[in-house]
Design a protein around this ligand. Structure first.
Ligand code: M6R
Length: 605
């Protein structure tokens, strides 16, 4: 979950590391640190709790004229948030930064009698001391021995005192990308740190050692053979990773959704029909499966819930959705007749990756819906449907959710077509309906003042309830997550009919209930449920389509979306729910883009 970066080259290393860490900060922001070889080739470390800005201030007059260094921004796993637990860690002749978790650090500490040496409570420092113990002047041998004894996930960047100008990296599960550029050699946990310098990069393969010097990057397997890196090119530029005049990344990313949707849908349409030829996804994976299992975490899993509600009635085969962290331990009933759809913005979420590996080991076909090109999930899945949202920087997922939905809607449409559940006309009408959702989203973005005003009530309350039926229930789940994670208001989503079975006891005067009622076939039932909470004094925020007629006084606030086919209302509704969360966070004066305790990419279990 942490951000890591290494640089060796002609420019001032400190500046490159600090700028890179600012780009990577969304991966973790408990503390940050850098280590550089100084002008006398000695390693100097500066680390601080707090954000990169605090680190920048701390080293303002230090680490000048250095050309090689490593930097880290932390999301604490082992050991609290403190200067000592911040990375880089020094151990004898070794300086190390780590992204991931070393599961056997306790037994390694005992085995190598490290107890008296450790100054931090981190698993990472154990790795640094091990390397120091293994180092006899050959960095490859030391790194190889480290890889042989640690279990868990890691991306390491390492400097050895007697090798100024050199950085060594290795990874297992945790991501590491590298590039040689005109400005020097860079390695990082994430592309966003490399983009200011290059569009060409490579993913460091697992269990390979990468070596950076000021004039080249080399890659070796664990047997010491040189390996040619597979160079990839990013399809977005630095602008995409900047705020561009918006006060927060989240608001910018909410605004980017219509464009992201077009980029995801239009290249996959031929004569009005879904076409995955360029993605090299064969129709056989759709025709030969007897069931679908969607696996993901968080927002991506909520996109899966929408897909289930959409797909099952059309395809008439079982569609199940699982939380990846549960799926991997519950011996799921999947086989070679199962299509497992894996959804992940980052393509690095550790539980989702483990679920993918499990699905493959059971012989299932795997299709990954992923935003980050070249990510581990994208590379390991049988087939990939890339979403084209560009980089999503705010921790709260917005545009990634919409494009995941778009990709799932297209998959569902293609499946229905090739399985004979849709005629060509029905498939074309479905895609036309999907495209209609884009201007509806634009309308809701233009009307964002409505949400800005309505949060004044919300932010004075401790709880908020979301409710809906069918697809609307699936949308509610995401609305509640969004509100919780950035406004810290407790929120729960309920299938509206379920409220009476317990939760309605919590509805007291002024408790906000966000009721989503866009599904025609359950509209009247839904309105009855709204009456039930209103009768108990709830403050009702009702979301319906434009034409919906409701009794005067039923809702305290009534937000209308354009009249769309029921299947596509999620898109404008998502915008409303995102904006409610956004303005609630602003109203409470919180850190919208980097909410407490969270990190963008969850690469530890
Ligand atoms: O990168 P992924 O899509 O695999 O991430 C999964 C979740 O961690 C993520 O969707 C998370 O729930 C969101 N950041 C919440 O807004």
């Amino acid at each position: 979950m942490c951000g890591i970066i290494g640089y060796s080259g002609p420019l001032e290393a400190k500046n490159i590391l600090l700028e890179g860490l600012a780009q990577l900060e969304y991966r973790g922001y408990d503390s940050a640190g850098i280590a550089c070889f100084d002008t006398r080739s000695a390693v100097q470390v500066v680390k601080r709790t707090g954000k990169v800005a605090a680190l920048k201030e701390a080293c303002a007059s230090m680490l000048r004229h250095s050309h090689c260094g490593i930097g880290h921004t932390r999301w604490a796993t082992h050991g609290g948030v403190s200067d000592t637990n911040a990375h880089p860690h020094r151990a004898g002749r070794v300086t190390l930064i780590h992204n991931g978790i070393i599961e056997n650090y306790h037994s390694l500490t005992k085995r190598f009698s490290l107890e008296s040496r450790l100054v931090s409570q981190t698993d990472s420092e154990v790795a640094a001391w091990l390397l120091d113990a293994f180092y006899t002047g050959d960095p490859y041998s030391a790194v190889r021995q480290l890889a042989e004894c640690v279990r868990g996930s890691y991306g390491f960047c390492i400097m050895f005192d007697d090798r100024p100008g050199e950085i060594y990296g290795i990874r297992s599960v945790s991501p590491l990308v590298a590039a040689y550029t005109r400005s020097g050699a860079l390695v990082a946990s994430d592309l966003t740190a490399l983009i200011p310098y290059t569009r060409k990069y490579f993913v460091v393969p697992e269990n390979h050692i990468v070596k950076l010097t000021g004039y080249k990057i080399s890659l070796y397997d664990l047997d010491g053979n040189a390996v040619l890196p597979e160079i990839m090119e990013v399809n977005w530029n630095m602008d995409a990773a900047m705020k561009n005049g918006f006060p927060h990344f989240m608001l910018k990313e909410i605004h980017e959704q219509p464009e992201a949707l077009k980029n995801t849908i239009l290249p996959r349409m031929t004569k009005g029909l879904p076409d995955f030829t360029d993605d090299q996804i064969p129709d056989e994976i759709f025709t030969e499966c007897a069931q679908i299992h969607v696996v993901a975490c968080g927002t991506a899993m909520h996109a899966g819930m929408v897909a289930r509600a959409l797909m099952e009635p059309v395809l008439r085969i079982p569609v199940m959705v699982s939380i990846a962290s549960e799926f991997r331990y519950e011996e799921p009933l999947i086989d070679e007749k199962t299509l497992v759809i894996i959804i992940s913005q980052s393509g690095e979420t550790i539980d989702t990756l483990a679920a993918l590996r499990l699905a493959k080991s059971c012989g299932s076909k795997t299709l990954a819906i992923v935003n980050v090109k070249g990510s581990t999930i994208a590379r390991e899945s049988d087939y990939v449907l890339y979403t084209h949202a560009g980089p999503e920087i705010a921790v709260a997922s917005t545009k990634a959710y919409s494009v995941q939905l778009a990709a799932l809607y297209m998959t569902s449409c293609r499946m229905a077509l090739v399985r004979g559940k849709f005629t060509r006309e029905q498939a074309a009408a479905f895609l036309a309906g999907l495209l209609d959702a884009i201007p509806a989203m634009e309308t809701m973005i233009r009307q964002k003042d409505t949400e800005r005003e309505l949060v004044t009530h919300l932010i004075q309350q401790n709880d908020t309830f979301f409710m809906g039926r069918g697809l609307d229930y699936a949308f509610s789940l995401e609305g509640a997550l969004k509100l919780k994670e950035i406004s810290y208001i407790h929120a729960e989503a309920y299938a509206a009919g379920e409220l009476k079975h317990g939760t309605i006891a919590l509805i007291a005067p002024e408790v906000p209930v966000i009721a989503i009622a866009t599904q025609e076939h359950v509209f009247s039932k839904m309105i009855s449920n709204v009456r039930e909470v209103k009768a108990r004094g709830a403050f009702v925020i009702l979301l319906t389509k434009e034409h919906a007629r409701v009794d005067e006084g039923l809702a305290d606030i009534h937000i209308k979306i354009p009249d769309l086919d029921d299947r596509f209302t999620v898109f404008p509704i998502a915008v409303i729910l995102q904006l409610i969360a956004y303005y609630a966070s602003i109203g409470k004066n919180l850190d919208v883009d980097q909410p407490r305790n969270l990190a963008k990419s969850v690469t530890v279990e």
